[in-house]
Structures are given as C-alpha cells and as structure tokens.
Design a binder for this molecule. Structure first.
Ligand code: EPU
Length: 498
C-alpha cells in the first residue's frame, strides 16, 4: 500500500505534470526499475482545481532504458541520459570543499533583475538549477556573462514580462522571478512552476502577497498573470512559514511604494545574506533573519558584487557522508553553525566530529545509535537533510522515528532504500520508522528528486556491490560534479554517458 501511495504521489507531482495540467491530455510517467504508471485523464482542468474527472491507471512492470515524454510544448525530451555507477564499501578520506549555496544563488540571480546596473555574483555553484535560472533571466532580456565561479547580470532592459514556460516547468524557484519582473515592468505572466517531486508545491502565499501589494491576478488554465500600476507596501502575514515566499515578498517590496512588513517570515541564512547585499545596493531592509522583516521601498537599486554563502545542505550531506563512510573527511569552506540542528543529532547518533568557524572534520562512526528527528524551518532540522539522515538511521541499531511535516512527499524515496535492503515503514505521508541496522545491496535505481538522489548515491557508497543511479539530472541540479569530488575522497564512482 505504501508503495502504491508513494508512486501515486510521485506521479501526480511529477515534473511531467504540466502535460497533465494543460487540459485534455495524456501523461506518461515512468520510473525505471519500479512499478510504472500510465495515467490518462479525460476532460479539462481549470487552474487551482484538482482533477475530478475520469482517471484510469494502468500499472505495468517494465524497465525502460530512457524516458521520452511529450511536454506541453509538444516536443519530446530525453529525460535520462547519463547514470552513475558506484561500487560500494570504500572508506573515504581527505578534503572536500563546499560550493556556494544553490538556494542563495537562485534568489540572488532573480533579485539582480530589480536593478538596471550590473550585479556580479561570486562563489556561484556550477549546477543545473543555476543554468536554468540564468537562461530565464537572459530570456527576459538581461545580459548574462558567466565564468567559472562567477556571473555578471545586467538587467538594464527587460524586454519581456512572460517567463519561459519550458524553463519555469523545470524549476520551482522560477516563481521568485515574478516579483522583480512585476516591479520593473508592471506585469508578469508565467506557467505553474515545476521543481522537485517532494509533495504539493502551492503558490497561494505568493499570490496573496502580490495581491496585498496591489497586483491583480488572472488565471488561464495553468498559467497566471499579474499586473499592477504601482506596487504598494503592505502588511503581509504568512500563515505558513515559506522560504521562497519570504524571499519573493522581500525582493518585490524593495521597489514598492511605502513600507512592507513581513510577519512569520522564514529565517534561513540565505535570507539575511540577500538582504545585506540588497541594502548595499540601496535597499532599506531590516530584520531579515528574524520572523519580522521590514522593507522601506526605494525608487531604484544599484549594482555591486555579492559573494554567496556556502551551501549548508551540501555541508550537512557531506557530514552524514563522513559519518557513514569515513575515514576522516575534512569539509572545507562551510559554516557549521548553519547546520547546528543536524550536528546535535549526529552527535546523538555517535558521529565524531570537530569544527572550526569554516571547517568540519568528521570521522566514520564506529557504532551508530538510533535517533528520532523531526524537520523544522530554520534553525530547526532542515527537511533537505532528512533523506540522508534517514539513510544514516538504516545503519543504526534500533528503531528511529522520522517525522517530516514540511512536505508531503519527502519520504517516497524510502521505497527505493527498501529495495536496496533497508527496512523502513511509512506510517503516513509525513512519518516513517526505520528499523536498523540493515545491510544494503547495490542495484539499479533512479533518482526521483535532488535530495533523494544524493541520498541514493550515498546509499550506493555503503552498499555491497554495484549501484547504478539513473536520472542523475536531479542530482546535477544541486551538487556540482559530485562524482569528481567524491573520487578525490577515494569513492569508486563514475559518470557513464548513455
Ligand atoms: N507553501 C504553501 N503555499 C505557498 C508556498 C509554500 O502552502 O505559497 C508550503 C509548502 O507546500 C510547504 C511549506 O509551505 O509545505 C514550506 O515550503 P517553502 O515555501 O518554505 O519551500 P520552498 O521555498 O519552495 C525552499 C527550498 C527547498 C527547501 C524548502 C524548505 C528553494 C529554491 N527551495 O523551498 O529546497 O526544501 O525551502 O526548507 O529555496 C532543495 O534545495 O532541494 C529544496 C527542495
């Protein structure tokens, strides 16, 4: 039953669902080596409604070399192209450097659109999500000049107010561009943003915020547009803490008339980092990093150079890697304070580590203890670190309760870990019980989303035998050349082009 549930979630929230949202259509969603679902919908769907029309599901057990899906623009895309081949069981030793934060970079690139002047963003990770958002701002008319770890963005002229459908469908964070484009041009339109398959990803809080600032919202099928004569400051209370929602409203309010107050705002470290840079460019933001952010609107924003903070999720992932596979792994260029909630739990789990201001040394844990964790908004235990921590718990003696209340599809990957030999039961969409320790066996699997993908990669590193991971675009979305960096630690992993 849990398998059926998990796959159902996988499908309805799949990146292919724009096909489905377009109305009378056929969607094909295939997950290699797992149960495969074909869904056919009859009838049409208005934006914001759920599918109530006839639904036929065929469950087939097939394996596919790759997937071709007709997207809503009608062209076929090859989804799976390369794969990782991993031989598990190697002890890892050495140094690994953390890259700039993906989720800081995405928001900084979008915020650059507020300014007519040049923004230089450094410590830029070379990952697929960044490629996509840069393509989006370029498509809008901004000049983008990229070098290895740096990008210059000059959004002097915004020629379009319609965001690329193709790109928006690939990236949840594309919604962050709506505010700056609206502020610059008085209108913006886009299709429903895509992104990780980790549960429902509504945008109601974004739209409510834009409306509070005076924008009119219009829906047409799966596409919405916003228009406004002049954005006005507003009091916005978030009934649910939202990271990108907070950032979107903070960025948009920079060019609004008057004061905006955001209450129950998210406090993730990427938010004060962005506010600090916006202030250097002339914005007047106070309170970022606390639940109340005040933004006094200004007429224009200047240019400058911003160095991105290090990626705390990458830091945490490598810390778990060290506990699972060290040896001795030194994690460089990181901020251990940003993963304090993880470190507290790693300590309970028996991991041994040492930290300085910007380094973390982790030794392989001799014995792993079971620990119960519940994810929470920052400074709590990050939901993005729940999948690798769950993997760690498969190696712990006893049972661990994992509770992830933030997204309703974040435990789906446990099916795949079970297929490798783990013993994890799903109690409901938000809760799992891990029974450990279990020995994992390598096998052929596919990465369903970014954080699940890196977790499966880590699972491959501790599994007996060979693991093949397909759909690695999902891992490349957030981890730069991960195989090369792991090879330097002694991991036996290679990228194979299909
Ligand atoms: N939510 C709503 N309505 C909205 C927006 C959000 O109900 O309009 C709900 C969500 O459904 C969820 C909760 O609010 O239940 C929190 O979602 P949030 O908006 O905070 O998530 P997000 O901003 O879309 C960011 C990161 C995610 C990370 C979450 C939580 C980016 C680009 N993404 O997503 O990162 O998991 O915050 O920390 O910043 C990742 O990097 O792999 C990733 C998924």
């Amino acid at each position: 039953m849990s398998l059926l549930f998990a796959n159902w979630q996988y499908l309805t929230n799949s990146p292919f669902s724009p096909v489905l949202r377009a109305g009378f259509c056929l969607e094909v969603s295939i997950c290699p080596t797992r149960l495969n679902f074909f869904e056919i919908y009859f009838g049409s769907k208005q934006a914001g409604e759920s599918h109530t029309n006839i639904r036929i599901i065929f469950v087939l057990i097939f394996e596919f070399d790759y997937i071709r899906v007709l997207n809503y623009n009608g062209y076929a895309e090859k989804i799976i192209m390369s794969y990782f081949e991993i031989t598990g069981g190697r002890k890892l030793n050495g140094e690994i450097e953390v890259k700039g934060a993906k989720n800081a970079a995405l928001k900084a690139v979008a915020a650059a659109v507020l300014s007519r002047e040049k923004w230089t963003i450094t410590n830029l990770p070379q990952i697929e999500d960044i490629n996509r958002i840069l393509e989006m701002v370029e498509d809008l008319g901004a000049k983008v000049k990229r070098s290895e770890k740096k990008v210059e963005i000059e959004a002097k002229n915004i020629k379009k107010s319609r965001l690329s459908d193709k790109l928006a469908g690939k990236l949840r964070a594309s919604i962050i561009l709506a505010g700056p484009v609206l502020a610059r041009t008085g209108k913006v339109s886009m299709s429903y943003p895509g992104g990780c398959v980790i549960g429902k990803r509504p945008i109601d809080l974004f739209l409510a915020g834009f409306q509070k600032m005076g924008a009119k919202v219009k829906w047409q099928n799966d596409h919405f547009s916003l228009s406004v004569k002049k954005l006005k400051g507003a009091k916005i209370f978030f009934p649910k803490i939202t990271v990108t929602g907070t950032e979107a409203m903070m960025i948009t309010a920079v060019l609004a008339e008057g004061e905006t107050v955001l209450s129950n705002a998210a406090m993730e470290p990427e938010i004060p980092a962005l506010a600090e840079f916006l202030n250097k460019c002339g914005a007047r933001i106070s309170g970022a990093g606390t639940p109340t952010i005040k933004i006094k609107g200004v007429k224009k924003i200047g240019g400058g150079q911003m160095k991105l903070i290090s990626d705390r999720i990458e830091t945490g992932t490598f810390a778990i890697l060290g506990a699972l596979c060290g040896g001795k792994v030194k994690i460089k260029n990181c901020n251990p304070d940003h993963i304090r909630a993880l470190l507290v739990n790693l300590e309970k789990a028996g991991a041994i580590f040492e930290e300085t201001k910007n380094e973390l040394i982790v030794w392989g844990a001799k014995k792993i203890n079971s620990v119960n964790v519940m994810t929470h908004e920052y400074p709590g235990f990050a939901t993005d670190l729940q999948p690798p921590f769950t993997l760690l718990m498969t190696q712990a003696k006893g049972t661990s309760q994992i509770h992830d209340p933030i997204f309703d599809g974040r435990l789906m990957f446990t099916d795949i870990l079970n297929s490798m030999g783990a013993n994890i039961s799903i109690n409901d969409p938000h809760r799992a019980t891990v029974h450990g320790p279990t020995k994992l066996r390598g096998r052929k699997i596919a990465s369903p989303d970014l954080r699940a993908g890196i977790t499966l990669l880590l699972a491959g590193l501790i599994a007996k035998g060979k693991t093949i991971i397909e759909n690695i675009y999902q891992i490349d979305r957030g981890y730069e050349r991960i195989e090369e960096r792991l090879q330097k630690l002694g991991a036996e992993i290679k990228r194979v082009s299909a």
